[in-house]
Design a protein around this ligand. Structure first.
Ligand code: GLU
Length: 331
């Protein structure tokens, strides 16, 4: 049963629904934890292309709720890099930090309707009992039956978990992988408000896809499993998920994914080795097999020479990473 929402929330969800019906609306949602590396830029390019090839809108959302992970200046750098590449977004930039009131009202509604419960389990405790190989940890439900209150215990606030119903969580998925997870055995009760008081990524993201009227999410395949909790939040709010396309990550020669926090090379490094926007777009597109290696072209020129079917066929083939060390314009 979806929760009962106050009128102002119902109105925002309704406005999102109306927007969804007006046509394709995609988004790119980086966290300002560092400059975008070439893997992030490639995902941004795919997300932008998919929106533009369908005559749709493309929004830029900055996921800046996790204050301890935000890097000073990263937000401006992300905007400047996307503009430099010609990946221009529609409308004002959406910053999650400016939407805390909305997330707080959704949390209160979920709590009032009994869909949340306080959880006192620390991360350390859960890490100790979870699978040693680090498989997606499903919360074992220690606090599900109640017993701990909403107030602080030994100076520590509880986290707030969503009580998942025993159901299959499904979403339309374009990656070729089936979009579905079992709520009880594969997802578990997820944290929507962290013990440090911060709104959790799953809550904010699900609320944003709905209220911003997003019809399609293109993001890295590392976030495939995040769709389960996000679809669960959307279902609790009585809404359907958007379409998802989880695209392969750019890996280095050792098969490791690039990471902003580990300082994977951003545009600055590519520029220093003589790259301009046309060579970087060519590099990103060539790594997807969309153009021959060494091609130089603008994002707009790339869009003009592609059909939507070129992207969709690419979905069926593994994306080929370019050899490490190759510079823009090189074969
Ligand atoms: N902000 C998240 C990240 O940079 C991505 C969120 C999303 O696309 O859902 O990893």
């Amino acid at each position: 049963m979806p929760v009962t929402l106050p009128q102002h929330l119902q109105a925002q969800l309704q406005a999102g629904l109306v927007r969804r019906q007006q046509g394709y609306r995609g988004r790119f949602a980086p966290s300002p934890s560092g400059a975008l590396h070439r893997g992030n830029l490639r995902t941004a390019l795919l997300s932008w292309l998919q929106a533009r090839l369908q005559g749709g809108e493309w929004l830029l959302r900055i996921d800046d709720l996790d204050r301890p992970r935000n890097r000073p200046g990263a937000d401006d750098q992300i905007l400047a890099d996307l503009r430099w590449l010609g990946l221009v977004w529609d409308g004002p930039v959406v910053r999650q930090s400016q939407r805390r009131g909305l997330y707080a009202s959704v949390l209160s509604s979920l709590r009032r309707c009994g869909r949340l419960y306080p959880c006192g389990c620390s991360r350390r405790l859960l890490a100790d009992i979870s699978a040693p190989h680090g498989a997606l940890a499903v919360y074992p439900g220690f606090c599900r039956q109640g017993g701990i209150g909403w107030g602080p215990r030994q100076g520590r606030l509880p986290s707030w978990r969503l009580r998942l119903l025993d159901a299959t969580l499904s979403w339309p998925e374009d990656s070729g992988r089936h979009g579905s997870l079992e709520a009880a055995s594969e997802v578990g009760d997820v944290v929507l408000r962290r013990a440090d008081g911060l709104v959790a990524y799953h809550l904010a993201t699900a609320v944003d896809e709905l209220t911003l009227g997003i019809t399609a999410v293109v993001r890295g395949e590392d976030l495939w499993a995040s769709s389960g909790p996000q679809v669960a939040v959307m279902a609790a709010l009585g809404a359907m998920p958007p379409r998802y396309w989880h695209v392969p990550l750019w890996r280095d020669a050792r098969g490791q994914r690039l990471s902003k926090r580990d300082g994977a090379e951003g545009l600055e490094g590519l520029r220093q080795s003589g790259g301009d926007a046309a060579s970087v777009i060519g590099l990103l597109a060539a790594s997807l097999g969309l153009v021959p290696a060494g091609t130089r072209l603008s994002a707009e020129e790339l869009r003009q020479q592609l059909q939507l079917s070129d992207l969709l066929t690419m979905v069926d083939e593994p994306l080929s990473p370019i050899p490490e060390g190759a510079e823009p314009g090189e074969a």
